[in-house]
Ligand binder design. Structure first.
Ligand SMILES: [Zn+2]
Length: 403
């Protein structure tokens, strides 16, 4: 330990912070500056006691020795940190200014050092080892954090900060990474003809996403929303059952969300309704996306010819359906075979060419193809069983078994 301290003080001036930081893991409740001060005085006492120690004299400037044992010259800047810690107050000003635009309770700081700073530390570590040390980066991050805390009254948080601040000492550039706010809920889509998510090309006037995110984006003054549904219904399919979703609010300026107010506004749209809104963690997105919920559908089907008999359709109950990837999605999905179960099926005549089917299906079954057979790619199918071609399907999701 003594050798280590001497080695640090041997060549050049090293400030208390930089000296103490190399013993940062020894004792708690003490700053590195205090550690450095104690260690410097320890070596000074050894020298004062008459021990011959080879050190750079400027490290002992201002310490009073007996009988002029040492004449120290005034040190220049610290050879390890280049007195960077003295600049922290100045560096923090633009950070705080940038943070002012956001509403947050907690933050975390990360910095990028100049190569000189990083190299100096490396060189020292190669000489003395890293047994008890803390890195300069760590201490700079903490010092910047403490200064931000002092000015703003906000708190540093390692686990899940609202904002991560990065500061680059090469360019003095400040960047903020604002944690998204996640709103969970369940929605119904009451009309046909709107997609679930916003399209890049604006073909559709609106979408489930746009209707739901509108009040949230306004309240939070966020950059954009990102919509994660638990599965999706086709554009021309209504979803009368409640489908779970998570709306990610990206880069919110305000983090306080009025759930009830938003719900009322969304429900006024008449196109989409939501319920059970709550703020959740990011991990729920995955849970929602990979959930496999069974669903019940209602289909009003128009056939090309008059229906003779529907009874055969009940053979589909508990049947395993083999489906090649539907023609309508072949362009964007891999062509493969999928097997899913029909858990229940009921039917009802509506007129000579029209019938209603209520189908409970295992998650992932392509319902339109179960009905029309998809040119033989889905087997068995309603169309095949009753030997009648399908002209039109009006499909609704009426229940999603999500809890
Ligand atoms: Zn220093």
């Amino acid at each position: 330990m003594k050798d280590k301290i001497v080695e640090i003080l041997k060549k050049d001036f090293v400030c208390d912070k930089c000296l103490g930081r190399n013993f940062g893991q020894l004792l708690t409740g003490m700053s590195n500056e205090e550690r450095g001060n104690v260690l410097r005085h320890y070596i000074a006492m050894l020298i004062d006691s008459g021990e011959k120690i080879d050190v750079d004299n400027s490290n002992f400037y201002g310490i009073n020795f007996h009988a002029k044992k040492m004449e120290a010259k005034k040190p220049k800047e610290c050879s390890i940190c280049f007195d960077i810690f003295k600049e922290i107050k100045k560096k923090v000003k633009p950070i705080v200014k940038k943070l002012e635009k956001y509403d947050y309770k907690t933050f975390l700081v990360g910095c990028k050092l100049t190569p000189e700073l990083a190299n100096k530390e490396q060189e020292l570590w190669e000489r003395i080892g890293i047994e008890w040390c803390e890195s300069i980066k760590n201490e700079i991050n903490r010092e910047i954090g403490i200064e931000i805390e002092r000015i703003t009254g906000k708190k540093m948080d390692r686990k899940s900060p609202d904002i991560i601040v990065t500061f680059d000492f090469n360019t003095d550039k400040v960047e903020l990474y604002v944690r998204s706010v996640y709103v969970y809920g369940k929605y119904q889509k009451l009309v046909r003809g709107i997609p679930q998510t916003k399209w890049k090309k604006k073909i559709f006037h609106t979408s489930v996403q746009e209707i739901i995110e509108k009040p949230f984006l306004r309240q939070t003054n966020a950059v954009r929303g990102s919509f994660h549904g638990s599965g999706r219904e086709d554009i021309n399919v209504r979803c009368l059952g409640w489908r779970p979703f998570v709306l990610e609010i990206v880069e919110p300026k305000i983090r306080k969300i009025k759930l009830n107010e938003s719900m009322k506004e969304i429900n006024k749209s008449k196109k989409v309704r939501v319920k059970d809104l709550k703020i959740v963690g990011k991990e729920i997105v995955k849970k929602i996306k990979f959930a496999n919920y069974d669903k019940t559908y209602r289909a009003i089907v128009e056939f090309e010819d008059p229906i003779k008999v529907l009874k055969k359709v009940s053979e589909l109950k508990d049947a395993i359906i083999t489906q090649k990837t539907p023609i309508r999605v072949l362009r964007r999905r891999v062509d493969k075979i999928r097997k899913r179960k029909v858990k229940d099926i009921k039917y009802k005549f509506l007129s000579s060419k029209r019938a209603e089917f209520t189908i409970k299906a295992q998650s992932g079954l392509y319902i339109k193809e179960l009905i029309n057979g998809d040119e033989g790619r889905t087997q068995p199918s309603i169309s095949d069983l009753i030997k009648n071609k399908v002209k039109k399907i009006d499909l609704d999701v009426i229940k999603i078994y999500c809890d």
